[in-house]
Design a protein around this ligand. Structure first.
Ligand code: RIB
Ligand code: CA
Length: 320
């Protein structure tokens, strides 16, 4: 059983990734920390509680709220993609009697900070804990700043973020998680703990169409499937209008799949740097991924290829 901490900015694709992880028996989701990103961190924390309410849990991961602002840059959120509430506006859905269709789970948010929960878990599971980051890397960078010796004992950090040989999704050159906090990404990538990156180059290979999603949802009638349908409508409409297809990329599900079915993913070693000051290129991840140029001192593995259809089948096998 792999000991996992998820750091997240839910976020519609974060929601699907969290459900995927919680429904994967290989993984023990010991703790979940929230970070500012798709939504302000207080909203992200409320969204996490709502996501967990969809599952019939008798035991919850420890939850703690993380940083409200990036290390240096002003916060940029993504309501235009994920809805005003960050979860596809499901907070507007009502039952016939007018009550909320989706309510936060009946569990506590820890009184300690996200950073302190990360450090507590790193100390509890030395050389075993894997941190999966689904949002900006602010919490991880601040945990390293606060207690680097503890963080050195992380087994691995799996990062959804960056883009290398394709266009960005915020600017031409930058992917959202790195764009929001490039300084944090720089510090994490150069800290020395093994880093495995799932960039847009990989996540864009997985195309979840609205037709496929609805077909899968219609096969089941479960709280998870109903949440899948309800939470993704706004995001898929954004994609229809701005990306060119009705559906979306389940970016954040890939790091989870890299743990549950690693054989579906191919990666290369690389020396990854982050542009933190560029006027046009702030948040750009820079690495030479050509096999003949593989770095002699790599600081990360970068996923470059996904068995997309097999991964989607695996994803839906879990989200029942
Ligand atoms: O660029 C995609 C990433 O940014 C995903 O993690 C999405 O949830 C947003 O946080
Ligand atoms: Ca995210």
């Amino acid at each position: 059983m792999q000991q996992i901490l998820i750091d997240t900015d839910p976020g519609v694709d974060d929601a699907l990734a969290i459900l995927f992880a919680m429904l994967s028996p290989e993984l023990h989701i010991e703790a979940i920390t929230t970070v500012c990103g798709n939504a302000p961190v207080a909203q992200a924390t409320q969204n996490l509680l709502t996501i967990l309410s969809v599952l019939d849990l008798d035991q919850f991961p420890v939850i703690a709220q993380g940083e409200a602002a990036p290390l240096v840059k002003p916060l940029v959120t993504a309501a235009h993609v994920h809805g005003e509430d960050g979860l596809g506006n499901i907070s507007q859905l009502r039952n016939a009697d007018g009550s909320l269709l989706y309510r936060p789970a009946n569990t506590e948010v820890s009184s300690i900070t996200g950073i302190d929960l990360i450090l507590e878990m790193a100390a509890r599971y030395p050389d075993e804990l894997v941190i999966v980051t689904l949002g900006p890397l602010t919490n991880i960078a601040k945990a390293i700043r606060k207690d680097a010796p503890k963080m050195r004992h992380l087994r691995k950090i799996i990062v959804m973020g960056g883009v290398f040989e394709a266009y960005g999704n915020v600017t031409t050159t930058a992917e959202f998680n790195i764009f929001v906090d490039p300084h944090a990404a720089h510090e994490v990538f150069h800290f020395g703990v093994p880093v495995h990156i799932a960039p847009l180059d990989a996540t864009h290979q997985v195309v979840l169409t609205g037709e496929r999603l609805h077909a899968e949802v219609d096969k089941r009638d479960s709280p998870v499937s109903r949440f899948l349908k309800d939470s993704t409508q706004a995001c898929m409409e954004f994609y229809r209008q701005h990306v060119g297809f009705w559906g979306f990329h389940i970016h954040d599900a890939l790091p989870i799949g890299m743990l549950t079915h690693p054989d579906y993913f191919e990666s290369v070693n690389a020396y990854v740097q982050v542009e933190t000051e560029g006027t046009l290129t702030s948040g750009m991840t820079v690495a030479d991924l050509r096999r003949e140029r593989q770095s002699s001192n790599p600081n990360a593995q970068v996923c470059i290829k996904v068995a997309a259809e097999a991964f989607l089948d695996h994803f839906f096998e879990r989200l029942q």
